[in-house]
Design a protein around this ligand. Structure first.
Ligand SMILES: *Cc1c(COP(=O)(O)O)cnc(C)c1O
Length: 391
């Protein structure tokens, strides 16, 4: 038995994956030589690569995914003041993107299998003020896309997806990106493919793409005239360079994350009340998040306790997404955003989840260490003391 932390250096969730530095420097040098620093050939090339990966006709690169969600709402004609049905179990960027442009997020409960919108609950929330439905593919697993498509079509509503986690994942063998009216990816530093900061709106609808392109650039259309209101959501060439270099490794990263996922499953197998969240059978998943669920009744410990034990050993797990958005300011004080309460399945799921480190900086040895800490935590009921290390 030892008292030392199992890891001397902290292990983080979402530590950036970094591609080939030499190629990155070359691309940035080229941009400097051209003196073309924003919305240039590198952004164009990134858009082509992203559209190809998503299997969509169009990709519109942006400075981040939050503003891409706003473009998606605006470009699909969601009117100011409208309600948008969103899951509460998501990163707070999802409702904030809407709230910030005068739309009202109305929180929906989740389907626990996918951790996405429960279509039956969404249906109950549709009313005269509803302007759109925005699904989230939480942890890269597609939400119930078919049921939501049917629901949105039946009510004549735009269907949008926050696919910030889901680049490279598939639904019924088709890549995420081409569903609904538009989908949005994030290339933030902590996402598995990154452009320092960045995002993209993808769509098959040429009108949505055209409007989003103009709105991204102060409402300036193809013929350089102002045709609508707009914002500045443009991506820089330096970001596009990083995104292109990062995208070259997408298959290698998915392979590594998939291997990590299997190692975690093996390392935690047989522990009562502990399960590793998976993907739909037969689908490709990017596994960029490694999320376990801790069922307190069966495990005898709460996710909070396991989180604290991991932290003592320098494993900085994250309780994604706890608390749920409807429990956070400003939404917790605005009943119009979450009637009817409670959202029991979202709240229960948020109590159970814990995201663990994965990605290119995590290998077999680290995973073995993290699993031993969790095993110890469950087997001892998180009693005072420490699991053994080998040093
Ligand atoms: C990261 C994230 C966003 C926001 O992405 P940015 O590029 O940082 O603006 C939105 N939704 C979800 C689910 C995310 O995880």
């Amino acid at each position: 038995m030892f008292r030392l932390p199992v890891f001397r250096e902290p292990l983080h969730v979402g530590r950036p994956n970094i591609g080939d530095r030499e190629k990155l420097r070359e691309k940035i040098d080229d941009a400097l030589d051209r003196r073309w620093l924003s919305s240039g050939p590198l952004v164009r090339e990134l858009e082509e690569r992203v559209a190809a990966l998503a299997g969509t006709a169009h990709a519109v690169a942006t400075c981040n995914a939050t503003v891409a969600l706003q473009l998606a709402a605006r470009a699909t004609g969601v009117q100011a003041g409208a309600e948008v049905i969103v899951p509460s179990f998501t990163w707070v960027a999802t409702p904030h993107a809407l709230d910030w442009i005068g739309l009202t997020p109305v929180f929906c409960d989740v389907d626990e299998e996918t951790a996405g919108i429960d279509p039956a609950h969404a249906e109950k929330l549709v009313g005269p003020a509803t302007g759109a439905i925005l699904g989230v593919h939480a942890f890269g697993r597609p939400c119930p896309i078919d049921e939501l498509t049917e629901l949105a079509d039946r009510h004549g509503l735009p269907l949008l997806f926050d696919a910030a986690h889901a680049l490279g994942s598939t639904h019924r063998g088709r890549p995420v990106g081409g569903f609904g009216s538009a989908e949005v990816f994030s290339f933030h530093a902590t996402k598995f493919i990154n452009s320092f900061e960045g995002g993209a709106l993808v769509t098959d609808d040429p009108r949505v793409a055209e409007r989003a392109r103009a709105m991204r650039n102060f409402g300036i259309g193809e013929d350089r005239e102002v045709i609508s209101s707009g914002t500045n959501a443009k991506m820089s060439e330096a970001s596009a360079a990083m995104g292109l270099v990062s995208l070259e490794r997408v298959d290698a990263l998915i392979d590594q994350n998939t291997r990590n996922h299997r190692l975690y499953e093996e390392g935690l197998a047989g522990l009562p009340g502990i399960s590793v969240r998976g993907q739909a059978p037969g689908e490709r998943a990017n596994h960029q998040y490694l999320v376990i669920e801790i069922d307190q009744a069966a495990a005898g410990v709460h996710a909070d306790q396991v989180h604290a034990v991991l932290e003592r050993h320098n494993v900085l797990a994250r309780r994604y997404f706890h608390p749920c958005c409807h429990q956070l300011a400003p939404y917790s004080d605005r009943p119009e955003t979450h009637a009817p309460l409670p959202l029991p399945r979202s709240e229960a799921l948020a109590e159970r989840v814990l995201a663990l480190p994965t990605g290119e900086v995590i290998g077999e040895e680290e995973i073995d260490g993290v699993c031993r800490i969790i095993r110890w935590a469950v087997e001892t009921g998180c009693a005072d003391g420490a699991p053994s290390t080998t040093d």
